[in-house]
Design a protein around this ligand. Structure first.
Ligand SMILES: Nc1ncnc2c1ncn2[C@@H]1O[C@H](COP(=O)(O)OP(=O)(O)OP(=O)(O)O)[C@@H](O)[C@H]1O
Ligand SMILES: [Mg+2]
Length: 407
């Protein structure tokens, strides 16, 4: 374990610094740093006071790990560190204290997160990932404007998340006439292809598993075009295998797609939330789709808290799906009060319309342009696009078809 020999000997790398107190964490931090391509020298055995002295001289790493063990007043030390670094650095605190009060004091002091020891390289990497994304998206914002990313995730299974994702994407592509990509991250059970009667391509798994090989050929092999403006990324992978890809895969795909599409709509199974937190942090809007049940309240709150704790750059919206279905549903007011969340869109349960569109493999919006369920899909697309979508003004409904344009 390398001791830095005082603040003067501490070399500050522009990307990363881990100041740790014990050999086990030291080893984990070195492995984590190497995984990110940072030199092993970015990990040092030193205390927070020494780090504060070193960064006070001007150079500040973008991401820092600060060990709160053996510090008399950790909250004061982190407050001081945050003050010295300003907004140039994001600080991940670690330590042996395992209580909520301590965690809160770290967050209040300005830390991005607090992790309890023992730590390994994977837990450190997972905690650093969202900080990297936040830094990257801040950089991207300064560069040319790129496509916006929306993630839809169901608080419960079968609440209509995919239906909303497919139809909102369809509205963006057909009624706003903007380039839209729809990505179905459920590689085994996804049904975006079925909803639009598309033959699933084969390459999505390969794309997501090979972030370093991303090129237009590979990307094209993973998507099927529903129309000029709507590309659907999906597949129907074997159920005999365990499919697991690192979050670097979708991140690399998004990087490519952002340059080409105005909107990128992601249908994300909730089981992927822990693994692909970077996607949620990076999204411009996250939509949690829930049913109006007690379990829906609980899981909306849990997912919302999990996302909020990552300091996402975008907004979180809650949508009620299949409203009016079944006897177990509670009222909107009860849901909102208990979940402490506003329901921004209510999608009615409309089995008849859904059945007709499913049987034809067409979007609900194109099959039933004047129904309440279609209105709710347009409302979701409107939040994504940052504008209310009125079909008479923008076409795509009856008017457009009467005029003989593509619908
Ligand atoms: N608003 C609705 N009214 C009536 N039926 C609906 C509605 N939305 C979805 N459905 C039906 O409910 C079923 C599940 O829909 P969908 O696949 O969109 O849900 P999901 O939340 O994505 O499910 P999963 O958890 O399996 O991913 C489908 O049969 C679909 O046709
Ligand atoms: Mg689904």
């Amino acid at each position: 374990m390398r001791s830095d020999g005082g603040s003067k000997g501490l070399q500050i790398h522009p990307e990363f610094l881990a100041a740790v107190q014990d050999p086990e964490t030291f080893e984990a931090a070195v492995a984590c740093a190497k995984g990110q391509g940072w030199p092993a020298g970015t990990v040092v055995s030193t205390d927070i006071a020494t780090v504060i002295q070193a960064v006070s001289r001007g150079r500040v790493p973008a991401i820092m790990i600060a060990d709160t063990d053996n510090v008399d007043d950790p909250a004061a030390a982190i407050t001081q560190l945050v003050k010295v670094c300003g907004s140039r650095s994001r600080i991940l605190t670690i330590g042996s204290a395992n209580d909520v009060g301590f965690y809160r004091s770290m967050i209040q002091a300005g830390a991005a997160d607090y992790l309890v020891k023992p730590l390994n390289s994977v837990s450190l990497r997972d905690a650093i990932s969202p900080l990297l994304v936040a830094r990257d998206s801040a950089k991207d914002d300064k560069q040319a404007k790129a496509g916006h990313v929306y993630v839809l995730v169901g608080a419960r299974g079968g609440v209509g998340t995919t239906t909303v994702a497919v139809n909102a994407a369809w509205v963006l592509a057909h009624e706003l006439g903007q380039k839209t990509a729809l990505i179905d991250l459920d590689l085994q059970y996804g049904n975006c292809d079925l909803a639009l009667d598309l033959e699933p391509p084969r390459g999505l798994r390969e794309v997501l598993s090979n972030p370093d090989r991303m090129d237009s050929l590979l990307i094209n092999s993973s998507m099927v075009k529903e129309s000029d403006n709507l590309a659907v990324f999906c597949c129907e992978d074997s159920l005999e295998e365990i499919i697991d890809y690192d979050t670097a895969g979708p991140m690399a795909l998004l990087k490519e797609l952002r340059g080409e599409y105005d909107h990128i709509v992601i249908d994300m199974p909730r089981s992927l939330i822990p693994r692909h937190r970077r996607l949620l942090v990076n999204a411009d809007h996250v939509f949690i789709v829930t049913d109006l049940t007690l379990a829906g309240i609980r899981d909306t709150q849990r997912i919302s808290a999990a996302i909020s704790s990552l300091a996402p750059t975008g907004q979180i919206h809650v949508i009620a799906g299949r409203v009016g279905e079944g006897d177990a549903q509670i009222s909107r007011a009860t849901f909102e009060r208990s979940a402490k969340a506003k329901l921004e869109v209510l999608v009615p349960n409309d089995a008849r319309t859904i059945k007709v569109s499913a049987n034809k493999g067409k979007s609900v919006v194109s099959e039933a342009p004047h129904t309440i369920i279609t209105k709710s899909m347009r409302a979701v697309a409107g939040i994504m696009a940052g504008q209310a979508i009125k079909v008479a003004a923008s076409g795509g409904g009856l008017l457009e078809r009467l005029l003989g344009k593509k619908g």
